[in-house]
Design a protein around this ligand. Structure first.
Ligand SMILES: [Zn+2]
Length: 230
């Protein structure tokens, strides 16, 4: 029950209509089942290794999509790093101080931080003898949260440009990948992801529960069932 979406609260009255929720924009490139299988940890595979590969893939794709529309994301056009639901993101600098920065600047910080982190052999080891640090999952959580902000900004401010370039299905697919990975492993705070909860529901249905859990819910409790109508 606590997981219930709060779509109504997200739909601020002062906001523009959400182009990304229009039906024609909702096409994706892959059926949902394939994406769910894509994020499931295969037996015998190391969890950190799995997180690393998905994080790298998401970083590459989000970087590419943003790169195609970055010329439209300017200091004057996007003076704040905004997302749906009137959300504004402030950048935390290395001392933990919040700073208001323009969206292109914020996204540049995200991409630079991520690039530096995934290239660091002590964090994302590529050589056989090197191991993941104990803080690896929390670092991945941070990267995914920041990448989520970039995705939220693209949907909120640049979806029209993405659609005009014919990349909306790709963006939706990347969003679905990020969302399903998060649903599978709970990597991003729900307070972060609720702003795109309506898109999540439109693209993936009310899919907070995995198919196996859905089946469990459908099982009828037998304890107090005295009905004889069936
Ligand atoms: Zn922008």
């Amino acid at each position: 029950m606590s997981k219930a979406r709060r779509k109504e609260k997200d739909a601020g009255t002062t906001e523009d209509p959400k182009l990304y929720l229009e039906e024609a924009a909702l096409e994706r490139q892959l059926p949902e089942l394939d994406l769910r299988m894509l994020v499931d940890l295969p037996p015998g595979l190391d969890y950190n290794e799995w997180l690393a590969s998905h994080t790298l893939a998401l970083f590459d794709h989000i970087n590419l999509v943003y790169g195609t529309i970055s010329e439209f994301c300017t200091m004057t056009g996007c003076p704040d790093m905004t997302g749906p639901g009137l959300r504004t993101y402030l950048w935390f600098d290395e001392k933990g101080k919040k700073t208001r920065v323009a969206a292109p600047q914020y996204i540049d910080y995200v991409m630079t931080f991520t690039q530096r982190t995934v290239s660091d052999e002590t964090i994302f080891p590529t050589k056989y003898a090197n191991e993941f640090p104990s803080s690896f999952e929390s670092i991945v959580r941070k990267i995914l949260r920041l990448l989520y902000h970039v995705v939220a900004h693209i949907y909120h401010c640049h979806f029209r440009e993405v659609a005009l370039l014919g990349l909306h299905a790709h963006l939706n697919c990347v969003f679905a990948h990020l969302t399903l990975l998060n649903q599978r492993f709970n990597l991003i705070d729900p307070k972060e992801t609720e702003i795109l909860g309506d898109l999540e529901a439109a693209l993936l249905g009310d899919s907070t529960s995995a198919p196996s859990q859905t089946l469990a819910i459908q099982e009828t409790p037998t304890t107090t069932n005295t009905s004889s109508t069936t």
